[in-house]
Design a protein around this ligand. Structure first.
Ligand code: PGA
Length: 271
């Protein structure tokens, strides 16, 4: 079993329904400039970054990031449909996401699950389509407060994870997945999981990924290469403690990703 940890942290900003193209351009530019400004103490080799802007800015932001050499930048959609095309008003297909120049997509975000009532099965179908299209799929999982209080955190997270990767029948497909553990009660609430609470779930997710790799004929150790991000009220002042946990490989950031200084401050927490 491989025990080495060569995972490069990923700090990803989920802009949600915020920013016009102009505002997004200014935000992304300020972040990229900050990462390039090594003279002010930022070491670009510390992390990869990701931008998940609204669909209206996707092509624009992807274009802006395409030439950036300071670090790897993922640019992705916040959601997409499982079908390739058709009568699905208001939806985006994987081909459209790719044609914007983006390489990734967020799937199963808690707001998609709980405001828009997306089911585990639908999210699993989207994951399959995304990975088959060549996108890096960020699968978001996480329990509600009543589920945590009832002691059901791992049951919920395992179910969401299992359903999310069910259609990925080959180990190589699983390698295209990034998992984001976001306890619903910590999203946008200012209430963060403690590093210990987060590590406990991240460690269990990695165990389950090991079993998933084994089921697909790969070594259990392949799980060591998968990145598991934490999300939920990550800020510059709590980032480094969370990111120092063994199985926390980055952050999916909502509110604090809309401010360049805060986002850069979280990136600094990878150091
Ligand atoms: P937050 O959002 O950082 O504002 O809590 C995280 C997310 O929804 O991904």
């Amino acid at each position: 079993m491989t025990t080495s940890n060569n995972r490069i942290p990923l700090i990803a900003g989920n802009w949600k329904m915020n920013t016009t193209p102009e505002e997004g351009h200014a935000l992304a530019t300020a972040i990229l400039d900050g990462i390039s400004a090594k003279d002010v103490g930022f070491s670009a080799s510390r992390c990869d970054i990701g931008f998940y802007p609204p669909a209206t800015s996707l092509a624009f932001i992807a274009g802006l990031c395409a030439e950036f050499e300071g670090c790897k930048v993922y640019v992705g959609a916040q959601n997409m449909h499982a079908e390739e095309s058709g009568a699905f008003t208001g939806e985006l297909s994987s081909a459209m996401v790719l044609a914007c120049g983006s390489d990734s997509v967020l799937l199963g975000h808690s707001e998609r699950r709980h405001i828009f009532n997306e089911t585990d099965t639908e999210i699993g179908a989207k994951m399959k389509t995304a990975v088959e299209a060549g996108l890096t799929a960020v699968l978001c999982v996480g329990e509600k407060i009543e589920e945590r209080d009832a002691g059901n955190t791992m049951e919920v997270v395992n179910r969401q994870l299992e359903a999310g990767i069910e259609g990925l029948t080959e180990a190589a497909q699983l390698e295209k997945v990034i998992v984001a553990y976001e306890p619903v009660w910590a999203i946008g609430t200012g209430r963060t999981a403690t590093p210990e609470q987060a590590q406990e779930v991240h460690g269990a997710i990695r165990e389950q990924l090991g079993a998933a790799f084994e089921k697909r004929g790969a070594e259990v150790g392949a799980r060591e290469d998968i990145r598991i991000l934490y999300g939920g009220s990550v800020k510059p002042d709590n980032a480094s403690e969370l990111l120092s946990q063994t199985d926390i490989d980055g952050a999916l950031v909502g509110g604090a990703s809309l401010d360049a200084a805060s986002f850069l401050g979280i990136c600094e927490g990878c150091g």
